[in-house]
Structures are given as C-alpha cells and as structure tokens.
Design a protein around this ligand. Structure first.
Ligand code: ADP
Length: 334
C-alpha cells in the first residue's frame, strides 16, 4: 500500500527521468543485452541506415523504457513514445506512423496490448514501411497505400510469449531483460544517491539493494523512502540500521518481497494448500488483476524459487512455506 501511494505521488516521473542512464556505457548490469544491442547499433551507424526493429522483453522496472531512450540517443534520432493500450484503432497507429521523421525511433510500450487491426497494420509498416489506410465502409471501402519513412520500432513487453508469432518474427533483435543481481543494484543505488544528493553508507546502500526485488525502479523508489526516514528520524545519513527500520516500516522484507508477493504466497499456501491452483483463482484470492499476478509477482517468485508454474497450476515450493513461517506439507510431489 505504501508503495502504491508513493507511485501515485506526482514527482515519480520526473525523478525517474532524472535517474535514467543516457548511454549504453552508463547503463549498469544487463551486460548481455548491452553487448548485443551495442553491436546492432554500431553496425547500423556504420551503414548509415536505421537498425532492425528491437523487441525488449522483461518484467516492469528493469529498464525497457530506458533502453529505448538510449537507442534513440545512440543513433542521434528523435524518439516517439506510445503504448499498446493507447492505440485502440488502426487509424491511431496510421496517424503516428505517417507523421514519423526519417530514422525516428518509435517506442511502443506494452505492445502485447495493441488491438488486432492495429497489429496487422504494424506488420506491414515494419516490413515494407507502408500502411494501407482503409477509407469508407462495406463494398465501397478502398485501401489507400501510404508510404512511411524508414523508422525503427522498439517494442516492449512484459511477456514475449504473449506476442503473436508473426509480430515476434518481424523484430530483428530481441533483448531479454533479467532481474538484476544485488551487486548491480548496489551500484545503481549508489549512483542514484549521488544524483539525488543523498548521503548513504556502503552497508546502507547494500541493504536497499538487497531488498529491491531485483528491480532498479524499486531500488530508486526505496532509496527515496529511506531518505525520507533518515531526514525525519535521524541525521539524514542513510546507514544500515536506518535503511532496515525504514524498509520494515514500508513492509518490504529482507528478501525484497512486497505486499503482493507475500499475499500471493500466503493465498497459495494457506488457502489452496500449496496448490496446484490456476492463476486466475489465485488473482481473485489476492484481489488483483490476473495480469498483475502473472507479470509482476510471479516472475520474481519463480526466479527466487518460491513458486513453480506447472501444467496443472501454480504450486508452492517448500521454500515458500518456510518463508511464511510454516512447515511444508510432507506429501507434496517435490
Ligand atoms: P521499464 O520500462 O522496463 O518498466 P524503466 O526503463 O522505466 O523500466 O526503468 C525504471 C527506472 O529504473 C528508470 O527510471 C531508471 O532510472 C532505472 N533503471 C533501469 N535500468 C537501469 C540500469 N540498468 N541502470 C540504472 N538505472 C536503471
């Protein structure tokens, strides 16, 4: 709840923007994607042509938007930002595409949430740099072909598995973003602290990093909450004990699990005996959208070995039971 409230406070976007790395070199972690993308961009630059379309896949807050901005910056190209849910009709997309400048980077966040007709228009635009604009209805309808300048699409999705094959195939490169290691988050926290002029000790930074759920966005957010605490309850310096006290106050536990993560584990173990249970049922039990449970909570719980996705449903691992302070049942198939 505290985290949601913080999200709602207006300054989030500005702060996030200020903390974004601007170049591939400034980017911390994701070394594989960084190397791969570096090569794609360098080759495109030397050919003097826009690079292939890029798909970025991974849970929220790992740096997809940041990377899209870096791609545009590295190409010295303008950037246009939109998202799947914002494109309701094919006409919305046609309007955007036809107003792109040559070489422009179009960032399409949540690309898996685009409507079908828009998606089909996008296929053609990606491949042939042209769209068919349909004018009129019924038998009299005509398709007017419209040329669009060569551009680079950067699509972002929380789950590449949700994208239809034909769309996935049209991206020349897919970068899979992984959760960050504590060492990397540590570096991110110290960098952000420098930018925000927060005094933080090494152990203080480590504490924030290790509770950040593998996610830079969360690391930056927790840093600001910890800073508040240090200012109000102490001398402004974020030391380890201050970080611990602040994060306990905001219900972020030592593993970085937040309220939703714990609610999912709790429902899974206490209400459904450890599963297997379908994700929709689980979502209803915790009062969240299915997508949120599936795309935000689950990937981290799976990665941490608390939850397994099986064909019959979600199953709690023995570690999940222990995390809740419960004894794992002895008769489960693990
Ligand atoms: P996404 O688009 O995947 O949800 P963002 O690109 O918006 O994630 O990243 C969220 C925040 O995390 C950004 O404000 C940025 O400051 C920070 N961030 C993301 N990746 C990195 C990174 N590799 N190094 C430093 N900060 C990062």
């Amino acid at each position: 709840r505290a985290l949601v409230a913080a999200e709602a406070a207006g300054d989030e976007m500005t702060v996030e923007g200020a903390l974004r790395p601007r170049t591939l070199d400034e980017l911390i972690g994701q070394s594989r994607v960084r190397d791969q993308l570096g090569l794609v961009l360098e080759a495109a630059r030397s050919r003097g042509r826009p690079p292939d379309h890029v798909l970025l896949a991974g849970p929220p807050g790992l740096g997809k938007t940041t990377l899209a901005m870096i791609i545009a910056a590295e190409l010295s190209a303008p950037l246009r930002v939109t998202s799947g849910p914002a494109i309701q009709h094919a006409g919305d997309l046609a309007a955007i595409l036809s107003s792109l400048a040559e070489g422009e980077v179009l960032f399409l966040d949540e690309i898996h949430r685009m409507s079908r007709p828009a998606e089909e228009m996008l296929y053609m635009a990606m491949e042939d740099f042209r769209v068919d604009v349909v004018v009129g209805k019924g038998p009299g309808a005509t398709a007017i072909p419209l040329e669009i300048p060569p551009f680079t699409l950067v699509g972002a999705t929380t789950r590449s598995g949700l994208l239809p094959g034909p769309l996935r195939d049209r991206f020349g490169f897919t970068g899979h973003l992984e959760y960050y290691e504590v060492d990397e988050l540590d570096e991110i926290v110290r960098r952000s602290a420098r930018l925000l002029e927060v005094q933080i000790t090494d152990t203080g930074a480590r504490e924030v990093a290790s509770r950040s759920r593998g996610t830079p966005r969360i690391a930056n957010r927790l840093l600001r909450r910890v800073r508040d605490y240090a200012q109000v309850r102490a001398d402004g310096v974020v030391r380890q004990d201050i970080a611990q006290a602040a994060l306990n106050l905001y219900e972020v536990d030592e593993e970085g699990l937040d309220r939703l993560d714990r609610a999912v584990l709790d429902a899974l173990c206490r209400r459904f005996g450890g599963g297997p249970v379908g994700v929709s049922t689980l979502a209803v039990a915790v009062g969240e959208e299915r997508e949120t449970v599936e795309e935000v909570a689950e990937p981290f719980l799976v990665r941490r070995g608390y939850l397994a996705r099986t064909p019959r449903g979600r199953v709690a691992t023995p570690a999940a039971w222990r995390q809740l302070g419960l004894a794992p049942p002895t008769d489960v198939a693990f």
